[in-house]
Design a protein around this ligand. Structure first.
Ligand code: DX5
Ligand code: ZN
Length: 216
């Protein structure tokens, strides 16, 4: 099994003490921070955007993994990249031009990811698997932290692993939603190598312990 990377989702962090949170995450040796952008259109919630991204960029050296849950993502990719994102992922459901969006991310020197919702089949992203650095398999319907893991999304990890091997592809598989001490071992066993962890992570007081447990 490959070593997994852990990306705590800042949506569940304490925004009043964000700088301390970022320092604690660095000390806990997480692999990066996950940054959820929601527009109230693509998903039924709004969250954080460029001013907070600027603050996070100033507050940490950790890679920032931006998950765009917005309509017309192409319009915002250059800005998000210029404000410090290291990885940017775009939902296949959010644009008719997913290939163009992925190229745009790469042109701005960020790692490119494609995201699929629980209701979207893997076949929708097969045409771009060769182009992406990672596939983000949503294991909840996007929009909110703290939702329960949707079991049947695991099958998509299996399908992606098969495609990786049959087509000799090297993308990473990230999972996001309901990841905790029970679900992390399961998704890892199936082949996920990037874990986004929101509510479970920030509910713990010892971030190093939870990071080690999730990686373990
Ligand atoms: C949900 C977001 C997630 C969220 C995960 O739409 O994409 O990143 O923060 O939170 P948990 O781990 O609590 O499900
Ligand atoms: Zn996310």
């Amino acid at each position: 099994m490959t070593q997994v990377k852990v990306y705590p989702s800042l949506l569940s962090a304490d925004f009043l003490t964000l700088n301390d949170e970022l320092e604690a995450l660095e000390n806990a040796k997480v692999d990066g921070v996950h940054f959820d952008v929601m527009d109230g259109q693509f998903v039924p919630n709004i969250s954080i955007g460029v001013p907070i991204l600027d603050a996070v960029r100033k507050g940490t050296q950790l890679p920032i993994d931006v998950h765009l849950m917005i309509e017309h993502p192409e319009q915002y990719i250059p800005t998000i990249a210029e404000h410090g994102a290291d990885l940017i992922s775009v939902h296949v459901e959010a644009t008719p031009h997913i290939h163009r969006a992925i190229q745009l991310i790469k042109q701005h020197d960020a790692k490119a990811g494609v995201v699929i919702n629980p209701g979207t089949p893997i076949s929708e992203i097969v045409p771009v698997l060769r182009d992406v650095d990672y596939v983000l398999v949503m294991t909840v319907n996007p929009g909110f932290g703290g939702q329960p893991f949707i079991e049947n999304c695991i099958e998509k990890i299996d399908q992606l692993m098969e495609l990786k091997s049959s087509q000799s592809l090297s993308f990473s598989i990230e999972v996001d939603g309901g990841i905790n001490d029970k679900t992390a071992p399961v998704v890892k066993e199936h082949g996920a190598d990037m874990l986004v962890v929101g509510s479970h992570f920030f509910q713990q007081s010892d971030y190093a312990a939870v990071t080690n447990q999730l990686k373990g």
